[in-house]
Design a protein around this ligand. Structure first.
Ligand code: ATP
Ligand code: MG
Length: 438
């Protein structure tokens, strides 16, 4: 983002996406999902009118509004990086493909852009380039001739401005298409990847740490619709835990069409594990229960995979042997988008997407309840299965699910999960479910 860019009365946005992803019949669907994501995330700009010329999307303010306001441009510069599937966006001027009209617009607006460029602090080297693209072959000038024309028009009057075709700080871009031309001075990066809704549904295990929210965001960047499941251990974990999770989900939902949140009390399983299994295995045994419960919910939600924030070697449960032992309990694929990330990279993404400030609040979660001092870093599956032989796994799953709730993250209202998704086939009968309080 270029902080020095002025607020010009732009009448359109040019949205660029990764064209390789849109080969063939999927193109229109892809573009519509991207437009929907743009409208949702940039909702503060008001209703947008989308046009879909080949390989691009134009977004215009809807009548009676004809240009974007300074507040719209600030919002665009702040939020464009959150839009999955968007490679970059330029606010600019949608014009007729007519040289006289284009030249008029350049002469009208370039002085304002240049003045802002010169005034920016810290100062930038005064370098200029123009990039013209001409897909309209009946336009009288070639791209190169357009670039030369404007260099000859603008540079002689500004001797301190130097042409630098490779690393210019001030870049004027012009696209001349069949029916329109688009002039811009700024490119704002999007999130890249694929638009929301093009990649299928997943269920993410969301905890209050830094990693899992970033893992959710990375899945959204690949077009997935993400629902969320979190585990608490009420009354051993405080009500503030769920408040924190709801805040995280609200933040993550800014990038997608509202994902659902399920909260499950893991305590019945944790108590049984504490009482019947070796303490060194607790972390892995907890995680195997989380995965089993999440897999049941994933089935109800038609999710094709689970997602975790696991990062290879980061903590005791995330060594290869322990992850293998956790995987063994999973009847569904587990995706771990952060597996090889450096923590600093994860934290930088968390900062950018706004989850860092929420995750940083210290609130205890389920993993800290009865946590052993010496968790095993390389469990043997056989030993884990021996421990589990003394547990009533279906009964514990049912007990945990009985306390599960679907939470509306805006109103914080909780709804009994089993009332909405009864599990008569998969699980044995147990007494009526307890209330959803934490
Ligand atoms: P995070 O920062 O996401 O909490 P972490 O580095 O603290 O991750 P762990 O606590 O070992 O790592 O958890 C690994 C993954 O397991 C988490 O990223 C998350 O996907 C899942 N997980 C752990 N605890 C919970 C929980 N209480 N509820 C839901 N998922 C959880
Ligand atoms: Mg954690």
């Amino acid at each position: 983002m270029s902080a020095w860019q002025p607020h010009l009365p732009y009448n359109a946005l040019l949205c660029r996406y990764n064209e390789i992803a849109t080969k063939g019949r999927n193109r229109r669907l892809f573009e519509e999902h991207l437009a929907e994501g743009l409208q949702r995330i940039l909702g503060g700009l008001g209703q947008l009118d989308f046009r879909f010329p080949h390989g691009r999307i134009f977004a215009l303010p809807k009548a009676p509004k004809s240009v974007f306001t300074p507040a719209d441009l600030d919002l665009l510069r702040q939020k464009a990086h959150l839009v999955p599937g968007l490679v970059s966006v330029s606010p600019g001027f949608l014009l007729n493909p007519d040289m006289e009209e284009i030249e008029h617009a350049v002469l009208q607006h370039f002085p304002t852009v240049y003045a802002a460029f010169r005034a920016c602090t810290p100062p930038l080297e005064l370098t200029y380039a123009m990039r013209a693209r001409r897909s309209n072959k009946s336009f009288p000038l070639t791209s190169e001739q357009i670039e030369r024309h404007f260099a000859e028009l603008l540079l002689p009057e500004r001797p301190e401005l130097r042409l630098d075709l490779r690393h210019a700080n001030l870049v004027m871009e012009l696209e001349v298409r069949q029916r329109q031309a688009f002039l811009s001075f700024e490119r704002i990066a999007g999130a890249g990847g694929l638009p929301p809704g093009t990649g299928g549904r997943v269920l993410a295990l969301l905890s209050g740490g830094f990693d899992s929210p970033v893992a959710c965001h990375q899945m959204m960047r690949r077009g997935c619709m993400v629902d969320f499941i979190t585990f608490h251990s009420s009354p051993y974990t405080p009500p503030a835990y769920l408040t924190k999770i709801c805040t995280l989900v609200r933040k993550l939902n800014e990038c997608q069409r509202r994902g659902r949140l399920v909260a499950v009390n893991l305590l019945p399983a944790q108590l049984a594990i504490r009482d019947h299994c070796r303490s060194r295995h607790r972390t892995v045994l907890y995680r195997r229960f989380m995965i089993r419960i999440a897999a049941l919910v994933a089935k109800d939600f038609n999710a094709m995979a689970l997602v975790t924030g696991d990062n290879l070697g980061q903590v005791a449960s995330q060594t290869l042997p322990n992850m293998a032992a956790i995987n063994d309990a999973a009847p569904i694929m587990i995706l771990r988008p952060l597996l090889t990330y450096d923590k600093l990279d994860t934290l930088a993404i968390a900062e950018r997407i706004g989850t860092h400030a929420i995750s940083v609040e210290p609130v205890p979660d389920s993993c800290t309840v009865f946590a052993p001092d010496d968790p095993a870093t390389a469990v043997e599956l056989k030993a884990i299965l021996d421990d589990e032989a003394s547990l009533d796994i279906p009964g514990l799953l049912k007990a945990c699910l009985s306390g599960a709730c679907i939470i509306n993250v805006d109103s914080m209202r909780q709804h009994d999960y089993l009332k909405i998704h009864p599990h008569s086939d998969d699980l044995p009968e147990t007494p009526a479910s307890p209330a959803c309080h934490t």
